[in-house]
Design a protein around this ligand. Structure first.
Ligand SMILES: Nc1ncnc2c1ncn2[C@@H]1O[C@H](COP(=O)(O)OP(=O)(O)OP(=O)(O)O)[C@@H](O)[C@H]1O
Ligand SMILES: Nc1nc2c(c(=O)[nH]1)N[C@H]1C(S)=C(S)[C@@H](COP(=O)(O)O)O[C@H]1N2
Length: 205
């Protein structure tokens, strides 16, 4: 008789994550979208739980962005990550569309992202990212440059892989605990989640 097999991550909660790439040119086919693959790849590297990623590729239209965020948050996503449309250009309206669906704003995420990004590019100061809670969903804006996705989520490391500036994702699992979502276990080599001692749970075996 063969041993029953346990799927990897079976004992961990499933996590549903909306990933939204907001770009006029990628959504109209002028260039290939690199935002959704970058988001999906990073999340698959960083999170141990089984993931359901729900992708959307849309233009920089404020009502469409807000409607997409509402659908994802109200449709059971625990986390929604957007990329693009956070700058000062006339068509950049992602922060406004995000604030329009918010119950609460969490300014620390945007502040930390700009701190991280300033270590990579001086124009980080132009990014107006916000993070908000809608119901039981955390929504975070990331910049549009595909490489900025890993930079902001993971932070800056030295040549040995030690953290120099913590990435914003370190605070995401505990935030999701606090809004009643699933317990997220991270791959510490990619991004170690920070939780107060009393909130930590061991990795199920
Ligand atoms: N989804 C994406 N896929 C691939 N590359 C992107 C994407 N979004 C942005 N980029 C790259 O990053 C650069 C800066 O992004 P930014 O969001 O400022 O673009 P944009 O000028 O608002 O135009 P668009 O909305 O048409 O992407 C772009 O010129 C492009 O090279
Ligand atoms: N980590 C990181 N952050 C970054 C960048 C980048 O290349 N890397 N680009 C900056 C630039 S040039 C702009 S205009 C703003 C806003 O970009 P967005 O409109 O694509 O969201 O993000 C900034 N933040």
């Amino acid at each position: 008789m063969t041993e029953p097999t346990i799927a990897p991550g079976a004992a961990l909660d499933r996590v549903r994550i909306g990933i939204v790439s907001i770009s006029d040119r990628a959504s109209s086919g002028v260039y290939e979208d690199k935002g959704l693959p970058a988001l999906q790849d990073w999340l698959a590297r960083a999170i141990r739980n089984p993931l359901d990623c729900v992708p959307r590729l849309i233009a920089d239209e404020q009502p469409l962005i807000s409607q997409t965020l509402r659908e994802l948050a109200d449709g059971g996503c625990h986390l929604v990550l957007t990329t693009g449309g956070t700058g000062p250009a006339l068509r950049d309206v992602t922060p406004e569309a995000t604030l329009a669906v918010a119950d609460k704003e969490l300014p620390g995420f945007g502040e930390q992202m700009r701190q991280i990004s300033l270590r990579f590019v001086p124009t980080a100061i132009l990014s107006r990212q916000v993070a908000v809670v809608r119901g039981q969903c955390l929504i975070i804006n990331l910049p549009g440059q595909p490489k900025a996705i890993a930079e902001t989520l993971e932070g800056l490391k030295d040549a040995q892989g030690h953290s120099l500036v913590p990435g914003i994702f370190a605070a995401v699992p505990y935030c999701i605990d606090l809004i009643g979502g699933p317990y997220i276990h991270t791959q510490d080599a990619v991004c170690a989640a920070f939780r107060p001692k009393t909130a930590r749970r061991p990795l199920p075996v």
